[in-house]
Structure formats: C-alpha cells, structure tokens
Design a protein. Structure first.
Length: 330
C-alpha cells in the first residue's frame, strides 16, 4: 500500500554495547575490545534500518532526558533525516545492554538491563502521543519490552487507541507483554519460534510444527491477529496470513556471520519497507531476510550495508507452503 506512514513506539529504549572477548569466561578478569556502542531499543532499531533502506518513519516512546540528544544525533546522522524524532524525555538514565561476542568459542552472551522506572504521567504522555499519531494509513510498530512503570493494561490501552484511530498495529514483544496482547486486534505479529511454542504450548522445532502452531494461534485468540511472521534464525522466517503461507531464507556461510544482535529488528524493517511501497508478501519477506542477513554479517554493530542487502536480495529464496508447512511443488 504505497504512501503508508510508519510510526515506531519504543517503550524501553537502550544503549547497546557490543564487546569482543576471546575465550570469555565468567568470573575472570579479561581484556576485551569494544565493537559498538549505539542508541537502540527494538523500535529505534526499526526506524534506523528503515531510514537506511530509504523509508521515513516517526520514532516515539521514552528515553532518559540526558540521553535524548544522543539518540537524536545518532538517528539524524545514520538516517539522513528520514527519522522524525518524537521521543519523550523522562527522568532517569536510559538502560545499557551488553553483548559479549567470543570469536574463538563462537558464542554470544546477552546481558539486558531492566530499564527506566517511568512515572504515571509519562505513561499518560506516551498514550496521548500514540492516540495523536494513530490514523488511517499508519502502521504503528510497538517493538520491545516495557519499561518498569508501564503495566500490561497500559500496553493494551495503547493498542486500543491505535485501533480506534484506524491505524494498523504491528507488535514485536516478548514475555508477559506478548501474552497480554494476544487477544487484541493486531495487524502483524512478529514472534520467534521459541516464543510461539511458549504461548501455544505446541512444539515448534520443524517448519511444519511452526506453521501448525501459528495456525492455532490465529485461530484460538479472541482478538484478530491477521498476519504472523515467525523467525527461525538460520532457517529463515515463515509468514502466515489469510492469503499466503511462505518461507523465506538466505543461505550464507556461517563464517560470514559476525553478530546477530538486531537481526530480528532488521527483518521487520525490511518487510515493512517493502510492503509499505505496495509490494506483495513474497517480495516483502524476501527483503526482510535479506536485510536481516545484512545485519548479521556486518562487522560494525548497528550498521548495515545496502550493498549487502542487495547481495542477499539476489541470494534469498521464497517458497509457498501448503497447510501442513510443506513446500508447494510447481
């Protein structure tokens, strides 16, 4: 649908630090090398990657007042003016997350801070912002966890305001926040296979199991989840929608993978970028896995290369699946 506007809502922003430590061991003093330090949070990541791909967005949500300028400068620099900043400054410091990459053991260790304790007036402000931005022709992307002080009821209320305003709600959340909104009207839900298994109680190890679990999710929820994207790491991503069941993936040598932090956000950005320009789901999923792979091979965390996106677009494959999750033979 050409002309669609995208708004990202980040209710628990972060500054991501990525460290490289060879043969990382818990409880020892070790020398490391910083690979990246940049403003993040899942919604911020989506706006950042959309901007690199050439799509404008509005970024709202919370950020610590002392870090507001840092976020604005980063997104202005990397996004080339394609991100309209409407983040709300709150008291307290923005959390810092740390990822430890071990190139010898080939492991990633993720340490996640809890986040800013926001006040009731902060929640009211961001809820009003959501209501103001939610209009026909807008996709509202609620991505990431909830800051302490944002209740599950607050989150559901924001989705109600989104729906009442005529916007399409896109949700990429985990844990209790995910479970709390499954009965709401959601235009697109992005979820990983492990989360899908947790909320449905069904196995999600194989592609056919993922499709079966996704069908049960859309069938059993009291709300209206229209489209579901399930990410499966190197196995690609599955889309289940009323008129399509697809799997998209890129086969890349494991030695090229540098850092998977943010790959799911990049996948969602690629899908929304392509779909908002009027593409069908096949091309949208192809762009999604190409962008996610470009993120994974980047040696500079937080930065993706359009050359890599183009390379993996050419390498990506998309298959139509039958109702059992098996490829449809032509």
């Amino acid at each position: 649908m050409p002309g669609v506007r995208i708004v990202t809502v980040t209710l628990n922003p972060a500054i991501d630090r990525v460290m490289e430590i060879e043969q990382f061991r818990v409880g020892q003093h070790q020398r490391g090398r910083r690979l990246g330090w940049y403003p993040a949070g899942k919604g911020i990541n989506v706006s950042r990657v959309l901007a690199v791909l050439g799509t404008r967005s509005i970024a709202t949500g919370f950020v610590g007042r002392d870090e507001l300028a840092l976020f604005e400068e980063f997104l202005e620099d990397i996004g080339g003016g394609r991100v309209v900043m409407q983040l709300l400054g709150v008291r307290g410091r923005t959390r810092e997350n740390t990822t430890i990459m071990d190139p010898i053991l080939d492991t990633e260790t993720h340490i996640r801070d809890e986040g800013i304790e926001v006040q009731p007036e902060d929640v009211r402000r961001v809820s009003s912002k959501v209501a103001m931005l939610a209009r026909d022709g807008v996709m509202m992307v609620f991505a990431g966890s909830l800051s302490p002080g944002v209740s599950l009821g607050d989150f559901r209320s924001m989705l109600h305001r989104c729906h009442d305003g005529g916007a399409r709600a896109v949700v990429d959340a985990g844990g209790k926040a995910l479970s709390a909104v499954l009965n709401e009207d959601i235009w697109l839900l992005k979820i990983n296979a492990s989360e899908l298994g947790e909320v449905t109680g069904m196995p999600t190890h194989s592609q056919s199991e993922v499709v079966a679990a996704a069908r049960s999710l859309t069938r059993d929820c009291a709300g209206n989840i229209k489209h579901v994207i399930i990410t499966r790491a190197e196995a690609g991503a599955v889309l289940l929608s009323p008129d399509a069941c697809l799997v998209a993936r890129v086969f890349v040598h494991p030695g090229r993978i540098a850092n998977t932090v943010g790959s799911g956000d990049s996948l969602l950005s690629g899908v929304l970028h392509e779909w908002s320009r009027g593409a069908g789901w096949s091309d949208a999923m192809r762009r999604g896995v190409a962008t996610a792979t470009a993120n994974a091979v980047s040696r500079t965390p937080g930065i993706i290369s359009l050359d890599d996106v183009r390379e993996f677009w050419d390498a990506a494959g998309v298959e139509t699946l039958d109702e059992h999750g098996e490829p449809v033979t032509q």
